[in-house]
Design a binder for this molecule. Structure first.
Ligand SMILES: [Zn+2]
Length: 135
């Protein structure tokens, strides 16, 4: 787990405002970011993704429009698509599929009532039962 969890996504956004604090609608800088609504267990994956994208030195018209969890994995959307960018985003999505979205420990995608990627600790006994009874 991380200290000051609440502030991590915002701190990251403020470190890379040109990638994370741009309005997906107007393309202009904004104080509000939709790129901080993701599970904190994946923070390290997202931090690495943003660092790698920053290192590509892309034109300022290319930025993240959304970073979120969907169907148990990390989905990242950008204003434009390039092959290099797509590869980094796919890498991050693949990492998220084997990382607990609560704590960042190794996990796997579980088909529960909803789909989430969790480690054995964070799945909890009741949910585990539910998962087994489906098989
Ligand atoms: Zn966990």
């Amino acid at each position: 787990m991380y200290d000051d969890e609440e502030d991590l996504p915002l701190a990251l956004a403020k470190k890379y405002p040109h990638l994370l604090m741009v309005s997906p609608v107007t393309g202009k800088p904004t104080e509000y970011t939709v790129c901080s609504q993701y599970p904190l267990g994946w923070f390290k994956i997202i931090e690495q993704l943003v660092q790698k994208v920053d290192a590509l030195n892309l034109p300022s018209s290319i930025f993240f429009t959304q970073i979120k969890e969907k169907f148990g994995t990390l989905r990242s959307y950008t204003s434009y698509h390039t092959e290099e960018l797509g590869q980094l985003i796919t890498e991050a999505e693949q990492k998220s599929a084997v990382t607990c979205e609560v704590c960042g420990e190794p996990g796997r995608t579980r088909n529960l009532v909803w789909i989430a990627t969790l480690c054995d600790t964070h799945i909890g006994p009741e949910l585990e039962l539910l998962e087994e009874s489906e098989e």
